[in-house]
Design a binder for this molecule. Structure first.
Ligand code: COA
Length: 168
């Protein structure tokens, strides 16, 4: 088996992660069936690509790609936000927007390698806080994050606003 390496991804190289984004899109659709079918692969990627390109213009943002030999097998996207206005935890905080490992490679340590590389980048930026959103039915992934020191801080809630009381 080829060696695993980790490299930075520039905006001009974003297409490298499209299959890995698609794997995550399929994973999310499978764990939240109540929201119905996801956007098409092409539309979903067009939207996500636009977000990545925007984040990558911001100072301190980075995308890391794990490769086995020449094959992309996982990636992480991090951008920086302002630290909490309430608690003096960190001036700037990293937001892990994506962590995705190719289905064939899951459970083999690639996600751990990427997370360690993310922490290294953040240390170099003097950023001491890292947060992320995870869907509650993504139980194996929640265990993965907990094993890596994450704890639940908030709940990300949603509603269909068109059906809210007093609308319509
Ligand atoms: C979550 C994820 C990034 C972890 O990367 P990984 O390379 O599989 O993880 P590692 O091999 O470093 O660590 C293994 C642990 O990850 C967890 N894990 C989460 N999903 C897993 C999966 N589909 N297969 C195997 N392990 C998984 C397990 O708890 C496992 O621990 P165990 O070996 O004690 O069972 C990866 O499994 C993945 O891409 N999952 C689907 C997409 C996803 O949920 N991304 C995060 C969105 S917030």
């Amino acid at each position: 088996m080829s060696e695993i390496s980790i490299q930075r991804v520039m905006t001009s190289e974003l297409e490298l992660v499209e299959p890995l984004w698609n794997a995550l899109r399929e994973h999310h659709a499978s764990i939240v069936p109540a929201l119905g079918p996801p956007r098409s692969r092409a539309e979903s990627w067009q939207r996500r690509r636009g977000q990545y390109a925007q984040w990558l213009t911001e100072p301190g943002s980075f995308m890391l790609l794990a490769k086995r030999g020449r094959d992309p097998i996982g990636y992480a996207m991090v951008h920086l936000r302002e630290g909490s206005p309430t608690w003096p935890l960190s001036e700037r905080a990293g937001e892990l927007e994506t962590l995705s490992v190719h289905p064939r490679e899951r459970g083999g340590g690639v996600g751990t390698m990427l997370l360690e590389a993310v922490h290294k980048e953040l240390r170099a930026l003097d950023v001491t806080e890292l947060s992320l959103h995870v869907i509650p039915t993504n139980q194996a992934t929640i265990r993965f994050y907990e094993r890596h020191g994450f704890t639940t801080f908030g709940l990300w809630m949603r509603t269909d606003a068109s059906k809210a009381p007093g609308v319509g």
